[in-house]
Write a protein that binds this ligand. Sequence first.
Ligand code: 4AD
Ligand code: MG
Length: 430
Amino acid sequence: MSVSDILDGKLNENEVEIKGWLVTKRSSGGVQFLVVRDGTGFIQATIHKDEVSPKVFQEAEELTQESSIIIKGVVKEDKRAPGGYEVRVKDLQVVHLAEREYPLAKKEHGIDFLMNFRQLWIRSPRQTAILRIRAEVVKACRDFLDGRGFVLTDAPIFTPSAVEGTTTLFEVPYFGDKAFLTQSGQLYVEATIAAFGKVYCFGPTFRAEKSKTPRHLTEFWMVEPEMAFCGFEDNLKLQEEMVAYIVKTVLEKRQRELETLKRDITPLKKVEPPFERISYTEAVEMLQKAGQQIEWGEDLGAPHEKFISLQFEKPVFIHRYPTKAKAFYMQPDPQDPKVVLCADLMAPEGYGEIIGGSQRIHDLKLLEQRIEEFGLPKKAYEWYLDLRRYGSVPHSGFGLGIERTVMWICKLKHIRETIPFPRTITRIYP
Ligand code: 4AD
Ligand code: MG
């Protein structure tokens, strides 16, 4: 029986066995109070001197923090216990007595210290809550897309070319040649749509981001749906439905974790389609009116996104950015070729961009022209140009950053806690 089943009141037996780790221990009179973690939750266990053998009581007294143990006992409802239940231990088996001086035993540590011990820190209630929500977000993305007939077609990680600009490429030696770690699987799902119609890829992506910010990782996970015969508006519709589904699923299934994080869920409950849409030009006007530094034509930075995000209760799309500020593959707006048919989705509460998406250029000549204008090596894109030579169709897609989404849903100040082992410009250990 798992701790989460006990806490959920799904108790179908009185006698339980819990395999887990000792989180904390204190004793009072003839009773020892343990907090035990089994991977599904945290529960209090009490050992009464007159209810166990002297050997068991003695071994319990010698237990060190993080020792792995198996306890057998009887579950009792107890209002005073955290979670409302406790296990009255009848028997205890020590699987491994942990070394003394657990590095994270003290309560207060700086972030660098904690990150250096990330292998241990991930056991804490707060970190497990975040990572469980992450797992739920990933599952929600996949369930949503699978349920709508999208086929998972994963993209390679070693690639010959850039997707999102050449300045953030990681170069790796490749048998006398060179390769790049992928920045996005997009170009490859643009290929698989002609085989399946609706597809997505889901995997790690890499950016040599030189800026040290609370929302940039050098390695992050992205889910990237792509649809054939799909225009700009239908693409936005899918995004708002998917984001609403993700949030609803987390609210339903990860209530306890959100409570652990003390997340105020009122703003999350408002995340229902449709989301507001404003143009880049409107966004720039709003920013200028508020006295922010920005000229039409510049890409929006983190402070700009934050400002816009705070003006809305729900996520908001900013669409039709200037052609020059965005990627080479984006379809120009037929009404105004200075801008492209793209949209970034801003999460509310000041979080900013969690999705980047667009309609893609489907015309061969125009795409060739853009590749040249952006100074990209045409040879590396020949295969991609083939997609415009053989059965080209209007198509659209987007990329949702898993860590940015988790950061917002959990309302975290920094992205580094949203992934088990974060990679940033200054961190590659552990
Ligand atoms: O806006 P981006 O660069 O878009 C693309 O890569 C497109 N090719 C996706 C597509 O259309 N298939 O990145 C998409 C999302 C961002 O909105 C953000 O959530 C996340 O990926 N992202 C990052 N997350 C963490 N750290 C970074 N350095 C990130 N860069 C982008
Ligand atoms: Mg973007």
